[in-house]
Design a protein around this ligand. Structure first.
Ligand SMILES: *Cc1c(COP(=O)(O)O)cnc(C)c1O
Length: 386
């Protein structure tokens, strides 16, 4: 049985062309980029080539890019780096209640270390309210960090407008663009951001490689101290194969982005409509229009999302309840509670996230088996009496 993989928001398979690009950097071109012999020159060039590809993709200068170990490190670096560098200016940070844990738990950590954090609520569609954001800004606010699109419910934030507000008040602005980069246009000037996080494995690059965009003139204290790599902003011998693979993945993603966004949006809306029609007491979570092209998040009343996933797995269908990080806890997702779902609906949610290999035929198969699964689980559920 071939797996129907519908969990691309959690991770993607590394593209074979990406692997081919990486391979020579494990054995032939293995030189330490910091060394002076010619063997090292080629690895140095390969890194700078990848840096340029990413910089061009987001409208940045290559000098404004630091490679990291992934989205989590980029988020930690941006938030802790600003908090530390600007601590004489203030200790207040603004974020939202629906951020990824890499942002949320970093903010919680800072709260334990003398910083104040405002966690902005969102509306029922998962969108930050601009008036509330502006009201939350204080003279001691040093950073606003709001994600570009949510990994669970797909809602896309008005980042450009948030950036305008941040600029007006002289506050630094970071966005976690891990779910959007490679899937929809991301340009640091259009978005008005000072810092932006991306991760390779969310767009068919390797795991363990990401980047942080740092606008020129933005003071940031390093997270990792040691050597002089990455213009002294991140020590450690560069992950050369990872960086090369990252660059290749960016190239491939940009080449198909526009067409894929249109194709996936069509399949997404069709799939949502079909499921809501076929299955009673179900509802879409997240913004109906301003959402990631590949994100479908639906709640089914009266049953557990985990039971649905186990049943789908018996048909070879891989989906998620939303966040890979919360799958080990019994608490419903902080995102679903923040958009006002009752525990009843929040527990019964499933996220399907599409990818470049997803076909209409695969979605048809899911739409074929899911109504039966829901019906069976509801018949056994003491919490569903309709
Ligand atoms: C996956 C993800 C991350 C974490 O990225 P890693 O590269 O796995 O550390 C951060 N933020 C968002 C929104 C994500 O989806």
């Amino acid at each position: 049985m071939k797996t129907i993989y519908l969990d691309h928001a959690a991770t993607t398979a590394t593209d074979p062309q990406v692997i081919d690009a990486m391979l020579p950097y494990f054995h032939e071109n293995f030189g330490n980029p910091s060394s002076i012999y010619s063997l090292s020159r080629s690895t140095r060039n390969a890194i700078e080539n990848a840096r340029e590809i990413l910089a061009n993709a987001i409208g940045a200068n290559p000098k404004e890019i630091v490679f990291t170990s992934g989205g989590s490190e980029s988020d930690n670096f941006a938030i802790k780096g600003i908090a530390q560098a600007l601590k004489d200016k203030g200790n207040h940070i603004i974020t939202s209640q629906i951020e990824h844990h890499a942002v949320l738990y970093t903010c919680k950590y800072l709260e334990k270390n003398g910083y104040n954090v405002t966690y902005l609520p969102v509306d029922n569609n998962g969108i930050v309210k601009l008036e509330k954001l502006e009201k939350a800004i204080r003279p001691d606010t040093i950073l606003i960090t709001i994600m570009h699109a949510n990994n669970e419910i797909g809602s896309i934030q008005p980042i450009r407008q948030i950036g305008e507000i941040a600029k007006k008040h002289g506050t630094k602005f970071h966005t976690d663009a891990v779910q959007t980069f490679g899937h929809i246009p991301v340009n640091v000037n259009d978005l008005n951001v000072d810092l932006l996080s991306v991760s390779g494995h969310k767009f068919y690059g390797p795991k363990g490689i990401g980047a942080l965009y740092i606008r020129k003139g933005t003071k940031l204290t390093p997270l990792i101290h040691g050597g002089d790599q990455e213009r002294r902003r991140r020590a450690s011998t560069e992950n050369v194969p990872g960086i090369v693979g990252f660059g290749k993945a960016v190239e491939l993603a940009l080449g198909i982005m526009e067409d894929e966004a249109i194709r996936q949006t069509g399949m997404r809306d069709n799939f949502i409509q079909t499921l809501l029609e076929k299955i009673p007491d179900s509802q879409l979570n997240g913004h109906p229009v301003n959402r990631l092209p590949n994100n479908i998040n639906i709640s089914f009343e009266g049953i557990e999302g985990e039971s649905i996933l186990l049943n789908l797995d018996m048909y070879g269908i891989a989906a998620s309840t939303g966040s890979a990080c919360s799958s080990s806890s019994l608490e419903p997702s902080h995102v679903l509670l923040s958009i006002g779902l009752t525990h009843e609906f929040a527990h019964g949610s499933v996220r399907f996230s599409l990818g470049k290999h997803t076909s209409q035929g695969e979605l048809d198969q899911v739409a074929e088996v899911l109504p039966g699964i829901i019906q069976k689980l509801r018949a056994m559920s003491p919490r569903y009496n309709k």
